[in-house]
Design a protein around this ligand. Sequence first.
Ligand code: PMP
Length: 508
Amino acid sequence: MNLHLDHDSHTPLYEQIASQVRALIAADRIRVGDRLPPSRVLAGELKVHRTTISNAYAELEADGLIGPHVGRGTFVTARPAAAEPARAAPDAGLPPLFWEALMVEEPHTDRLHEFHQYPSRPDTISFAYALPDSDMFPLEAIRRSVDRVFRKEGPSLLQLGERLGYEPLRKYLAGRMRASGILRADDEILITNGCQQSLDLIDRTLVASGDAVAIENPTYPGALSVFLRKDTRVIGVPVSERGVEIAALEEVLAHQRVKLIYSVPNFQNPTGVTLQVAERRRLIQLARRYRVPIIEDDIYGDLHFDGPALPPLKALDQDGLVIYSSSISKMGFPGLRIGWVVAPRPLVERLSVRKQSCDLHANLLAQATIYELARQGLLEKHLKRIRKTYAERRDAMLQALEEHFPGEACWRKPSGGMAIWVELPDGIDASALLDVAKEGGVIFSPGAHFYVGPPRANTMRLTFTTTGIPQIREGVRRLGAALKRIMKSHRARGNGTPQPGRRNAALV
Ligand code: PMP
């Protein structure tokens, strides 16, 4: 039960609990016949004394709302009468407003929120987040760009602007998108506050209650935050070493009505795999045949280390089926919150109206600053620099894994992006490894965060972009040692030898 206690309030805690449970019953969030948590359990959750819960339950029982069943627990027996007034605390006027009962819908499964919650010591080596290295930000160049645009056009940057985005940046991005075959007409591009907002806008615009969305599994938790609503069917499609499994997707499309496909074809988050060209063509053919649009999330597309980028899905799409989305978050600066969507004109129009009702338009100063950096060639220069550094870090991490991880663990070299996906031997839980690793000052993301439905608990994502090479080596050494310890105690508990590894095999 989601209850919130105000320990500073004049209203006694048992009354706060009773009035919140009463409100939950009134709002049908707890139904007649539902069992309430045992007082010991709820006392533990709320960190209050058990008698506080007993007193709250006694109040509710006196109101005729709940009743005990010998040996089975306490159950809701009735709803409060509709007109029953809220009980006022005797000494403090009205009880605090219970917001949860007023909210119109359950929160989304908040995967992003859960994901950004690893507390860690300041000296912890982090492989947990797919972020740029803050030490590589070209601070001086950005400061000069801000200065210059402010001197040149300060008043208009502080004024409300165009809903589709800051015109010079739109033109610049349009040029870039045209060069890679993504954009055909200039009015097919909308500037947003990043890919996350683009996904949210697309979802609100195209996905209705009861619709199904096909999504790579595992996938980016922020996409799950958007699509995993209680009234959307999210269908996970497995990913292999060549990207999303086209045959499995076809099976889904052939048997279910799917509204949208979500894919990250380049250096997929979390697995790092890239959808191969033949599979890209097959994916477009499938979308054509079943008339299902694809969201192509290309946020990592510019971070290619081993040769030029493969053609984007959008460039292979002759029928306007692909909604292309990217941002500057991975090539540079996630805090500036700038992304863009390229889509057929009617959709861009509707997305921009949605965006307008949400936040009018993206921040003009941030857009102008990025445009200024780009105009001077500094964005490209920065991109070249990070590509080189991140590629070196990836190689250092691969080498360290080779040195320190047991032979039974598997991983694959990503040809770009920010992370390496590791599969541990069967039976080894990456969350248990994280608990041990944290003690040793290393964190990473267990694979469980990225799955639609039941996760593969023996998977983990290691990002290599935020730490220098010496820390990568040290962090992987510590992780390897922790893993070997866990495997040893796993065997000692009589769980047998973990499956022999297929080192560097495609296991996702
Ligand atoms: N898509 C993917 C695949 C991502 O990995 C991320 C960020 N980790 C996002 C979208 C969100 O990015 P943005 O900062 O552009 O909103």
